[in-house]
Design a protein around this ligand. Structure first.
Ligand code: MN
Ligand code: MN
Length: 467
């Protein structure tokens, strides 16, 4: 090597930024820890395929870590751990810190709702002796991806007597599953000419649920009758009970390792339960008393715009902060204004099979660590929280000091689309907020992919932020 080259190399090392693959930086021991962490993560995914189940599973984990239900007006002390369940569909966890709560709390926020097919309120019908459920898709989906995939039915049926029936069918190996059909290729000449958004239309997302008629009788709709009779025997419900039900059709398969090297996780609903689980575990694993109070919220309704009583456009997070402030005799507004938040949501991982919409200098790479996203939105940064340079600097130092492997990205090329997260709703409460999360391949598809190292680094990032 000539002297000149050595100097350039030296300078490059000093001046240029390089983001290496986490597999080159992490020790074998840490990679092992990452693999172990992901076993828990896969189990959480399997136990929590709906927002309700994700809340239940999270509360169970938290209870084991010493969390108790928050009581308004009760006095708490540093180190106490509480949770507040919002209608069974969203939940907030808090660990009280040493510092005066008016100096602000550290918030982690992730969402636990995922794209799926919801049953309509009048779902059941029969056509040509096949029985179906009509659905209305929830969140943004490529509708054609949701056909010919084994599906399970999860949710609740609320009866007039006030009782609520939990439904889970399709998860046990012995359970039947359900499916949305698609047209055979042999007769799809006309369908194949359609725009991809119309190949399968919303009203074609009907779930096949039966084909045998009710026996020993005559009349119409005997297949439907047979299904209704099975449901009556199993759950004691009549057709009218669907009116007050929330039944969600979700992929029936379980979380799996992907690749010969088992380096990735493939599963339904990783957006955004990957950030929910990592945030939850960072909170549950807090050792001793954190300096600032930690508030971790797992919210519902992100995929439909965060509206509604269980979404972050509602005031439930704000109210909770006011309530905990009050129990220390402090002002909730002052707490919020001094608070900081990692809004935890996934970003798109660069896909070499579809490179076109990604800008290679500013996109997330699978395996290169957790991803900090300064702003989201679309077009001219429309509809985004855009974290301040100072707050990015603050977070950056924490990550580097704690050996978190991280990268930064925005969602795709300028003017190629876009997306949003709950970041702006928390930022709108006068809280310094930035997005952080795991790069995902095939986001919003029935089977999404993440890298185990990135999942683990996201956990590490949260742990460092709330320490
Ligand atoms: Mn998301
Ligand atoms: Mn999403």
């Amino acid at each position: 090597m000539t002297k000149k080259e050595t100097k350039a190399k030296e300078l490059k090392e000093k001046l240029f930024m390089e983001r290496k693959n986490s597999g080159l930086i992490m020790s074998d021991a840490e990679m092992k820890a990452a693999d172990k962490f992901n076993e828990g993560y896969k189990n959480y995914l399997d136990c929590g395929k709906t927002e309700r189940e994700a809340v239940k599973a999270a509360v169970e984990i938290a209870k084991k870590a010493g969390f108790t239900e928050f009581k308004i007006g009760k006095k708490y002390k540093a180190g106490d751990k509480v949770y507040s369940n919002n209608r069974g569909k969203a939940v907030i966890f808090a660990v009280f810190g040493k510092e005066d709560i008016e100096k602000g709390v550290n918030i982690l926020a992730a969402h636990i709702d995922s794209p799926r097919l919801d049953l309509k309120q009048n779902p059941l019908y029969e056509e040509k002796e096949l029985a179906f459920f009509k659905t209305h898709y929830y969140g943004g989906i490529k509708k054609y991806q949701w056909t010919t995939v084994p599906m399970a039915l999860h949710g609740v049926i609320s009866k007039k007597d006030g009782s609520v029936i939990d439904v889970v069918i399709g998860e046990d190996d012995k359970d039947p599953v359900f499916v949305v059909t698609d047209l055979l290729i042999h007769l799809a000449q006309e369908q194949m000419k359609l725009n991809a958004s119309e190949v399968v239309k919303g009203e074609q997302l009907n779930v096949l649920i039966g084909s045998r008629p009710f026996k020993d009788d005559e009349g119409s709709e005997l297949v439907k009758l047979n299904i209704m009779n099975i449901l009556f025997e199993k759950y004691g419900i009549v057709e009218e009970d669907f009116l007050s039900a929330e039944l969600e059709v979700v992929p029936a398969f379980k979380a799996k390792d992907i690749g010969f090297d088992r380096s990735m996780v493939g599963a339904y609903g990783q957006d955004d339960r990957v950030c929910a689980y990592t945030a939850l575990m960072a909170t549950a694993d807090i050792k001793g008393v954190p300096s600032k109070t930690v508030v971790t919220v797992l919210t519902d309704k992100e995929e439909t715009g965060s509206d509604g009583s269980t979404g972050l456009c509602s005031s439930y997070l704000e109210y909770f902060i006011y309530d905990i402030a009050e129990s220390f005799g402090k002002n909730g507004r002052h707490v919020l204004s001094a608070s900081k938040c990692l809004s935890a949501d996934v970003n798109a991982g660069f896909d070499p099979n579809f490179p076109e919409p990604f800008e290679k200098m500013n996109c997330a790479y699978v395996g290169k660590g957790t991803c900090l996203t300064k702003f989201t939105g679309s077009r001219g940064k429309s509809g985004t929280n855009d974290a301040s340079a100072e707050f990015v600097g603050y977070v950056r130092k924490i990550f580097d000091d704690n050996k978190v492997i991280w990268q930064t990205a925005e969602l795709g090329k300028v003017d190629f689309g876009g997306g949003g997260t709950v970041a702006k709703y928390i930022a709108n409460l006068d809280v310094d907020t930035i997005d952080l999360g795991v790069p995902v391949l095939s986001m919003h598809a029935p089977f999404e992919i993440t890298a185990k190292n990135d999942v683990y680094m996201t956990y590490k990032a949260f742990a460092a932020f709330i320490k």
